[in-house]
Design a binder for this molecule. Structure first.
Ligand code: UT7
Length: 333
């Protein structure tokens, strides 16, 4: 398979993880749960929690600074900023605009947020890929940043044990080498099931009131069991379709980097797409579910460990609120 030039590849990566660790033992003191339940039902052991004074844009800015240095470019070279988050600092101004200002980037460039929940990274890869190929942009800064601890109901054991904070930023760049970088991408959505994973209040449908605060409707809710099954099916289907589309067989894949929502979901997807679990990159035990950040945090860690080499085929897949889902195939440059 040949991708038309220009290709779009990952030129630099940066991750920021907050210092504070919240362990399963800590959660045992908060709600009626157990380390054993959390480990066996999710694979999680600890997650990071951002400092109270840090907002999502602070986390994203720190990751972005590292990514720009890693890319070997200067801030002036960035000509588009996109942020995927469900925990924006505020509804507006966008977190992308805030990060642009905090980084001191040029002002003749666009900056915008997009919401695709946990699929935010694969959605953003596709948006950036096409904007780079079609437009006048050369270096796009894509950032995922989440302070999920700010929207978790700490009295709800079915969700509060799952989520963590973090941020990752990538610089995507155009080049004229064929068949490198992003080879293909498949995205999907089904808004009819959106209520199964949602933040009920605070928008125009259900504005903030004393009642919404009292009822904890500014915290996320999830029908975990139903979400689980749909996540397995949609992630598996889009991986299989993407491999077919790119004319790549499952055994040619070097690494699969899945959204880290539940180890049992990863297990099931591995079986469905017939890729051995050993090829799946997993860091869920250290991070919990960091929504859109989970794939790029895990990818950066895998790369820094020397496991991803030029030429390797890396498959990413995610599922999240909306519902949204997707898969991206990359040949490492
Ligand atoms: O990132 C976006 C997408 N998110 C996902 O894909 C998450 C998908 N869902 C899941 O990962 C799983 O459904 C959960 C981890 C959220 C829940 O696991 P489950 O095996 O589906 O559990 P369940 O909801 O069916 O609950 C089983 C039992 C219930 O007790 P009973 O009714 O059987 O007595 C729950 O009340 O486990 C209980 N339970 C807990 N027990 C101890 C639920 N949460 C906890 C907890 N500790 N934290």
């Amino acid at each position: 398979m040949r991708t038309p030039t220009p290709s779009v590849y990952i030129r630099g990566m940066g991750v920021y993880m907050p210092e504070r660790r919240l362990t399963n033992a800590d959660l045992e003191r908060l709600v009626e749960t157990s380390d054993e339940w959390i480990r066996t039902r999710t694979g999680m052991v600890e997650r990071r929690i951002a400092a109270p004074e840090d907002s999502t844009s602070d986390l994203g800015t720190r990751a972005a600074e590292k990514a720009i240095v890693d890319a070997g470019i200067s801030k002036e070279d960035i000509d588009l900023v996109i942020v995927a988050t469900v925990t924006a600092d505020q509804t507006f101004p966008s977190t992308a605009c805030k990060i642009q200002a905090k980084l001191g980037l040029r002002t003749d460039i666009p900056a915008f947020d997009m919401i695709a929940a946990c699929s935010g990274f694969v959605y953003m890869m596709q948006v950036a890929n096409h904007m780079l190929r079609a437009g006048d942009y050369k270096n796009v800064l894509i950032i995922t940043a989440e302070k999920l601890s700010s929207i978790v109901n700490w009295e709800d054991r079915s969700t509060c044990v799952l989520f963590g904070d973090g941020a990752a930023a990538f610089v995507l760049t155009k080049c004229n080498e064929p068949y490198v970088g992003i080879l293909g991408n498949i995205l999907g959505a089904d808004g009819s099931q959106g209520d199964l994973l949602t933040l009920p209040a605070g928008g125009s449908m259900n504005p903030a009131s004393y009642e919404t605060v009292r009822n904890k409707e500014h915290c996320l809710t999830m029908a975990g069991n139903q979400v689980f099954k749909i996540a397995v099916r949609t992630m598996s289907e889009c991986c299989v379709r993407l491999l077919e589309k790119c004319n790549v067989t499952a055994d040619q894949i070097k690494w699969v980097i899945p959204h880290q929502a539940n180890m049992r979901i990863v297990d099931a997807v591995a079986r469905q797409i017939k890729v051995p679990l050993e090829k799946f990159c997993i860091n869920i035990e250290k991070t919990g579910n960091t929504s859109a950040c989970s794939i790029p945090i895990c990818m950066e860690e895998t790369y820094r460990a020397g496991k991803i080499q030029p030429g390797d085929l890396v498959l990413l897949t995610a599922f999240g609120g909306g519902f949204t889902w997707g898969a991206t195939l990359i040949r490492w440059k």
